[in-house]
Design a protein. Structure first.
Length: 223
């Protein structure tokens, strides 16, 4: 008979999402790691309930068996039809008649389901706990028709601020900016071209002041 202190653990993977986002997901994982390995189990049914703080802005959408390593490949997985808020989700699965029960030996890791969720646009950035309810979560061994002892490990859901869109200048604004830039380039070129003339004029004024002549502007005229 399997030990009452089986080294089963149900854990939720950490996940990160932005406010105002949809289609986010995390996996719920089952591990069995006796050390040294002593027991094996023939699992045929499980139920898992996960929840998050109702003020997190997170809404669970569905749970699927699309994640790699799903424990009952080819069998059904669905949400238990109970009156729950969008911040709580309960899933149940069992192997079909044509599918043999899954023998779980140590060490082994399986996925119990992939939970999809959305985040509202007014969600407050921060870290929220994804918790497993041990009162509803259960695993059943076909060898004993009894439940299997397990521990739980909660996960963290990190919400970032909404993604900021990159602002692209409108065509008209871009044209104005380009025209202004070209104008500055032309003025700089003209100023650079006039610099030798200005320097020549300054030297001429200096020479004329010594020789008693006066200059007006760039051109020099003797009286």
């Amino acid at each position: 008979m399997p030990s009452a202190e089986a080294a089963f653990q149900v854990s939720i993977q950490d996940t990160t999402a932005n406010a105002d986002s949809v289609g986010n997901f995390f996996d719920v994982v089952l591990t069995h790691n006796d050390s040294p390995p002593t027991d094996s189990y023939s699992l045929f049914l499980f139920s898992v309930r996960v929840s998050v703080s109702a003020d997190s802005g997170v809404a669970f959408v569905t749970v699927t068996d699309s994640s790699p390593g799903y424990i009952f490949t080819g069998s059904s997985l669905g949400i238990i039809p109970v009156n729950e808020s969008t911040a709580t989700l309960t899933a149940i699965s069992w192997s079909d008649v044509a599918i043999p029960d899954v023998t779980v030996s140590s060490p082994s890791t399986f996925t119990l389901g992939r939970v999809f969720y959305d985040v509202s646009n007014n969600a407050t950035p921060g870290v929220f706990s994804l918790t497993i309810d041990p009162q509803v979560t259960n695993f059943f061994d076909d060898n004993t028709s009894g439940s299997v002892t397990f521990t739980t490990s909660n996960g963290n859901l990190t919400i970032n601020g909404a993604s900021q869109a990159v602002v692209t200048p409108e065509p008209a604004s871009f044209l104005i900016l380009l025209t202004g830039t070209c104008g500055l380039a032309v003025l700089r070129r003209r100023f650079t071209a006039d610099c030798p003339r200005l320097q020549t004029a300054r030297l001429a004024d200096k020479d004329n002041s010594v020789s008693g002549t006066q200059s007006t502007g760039i051109a020099t005229k003797r009286r």
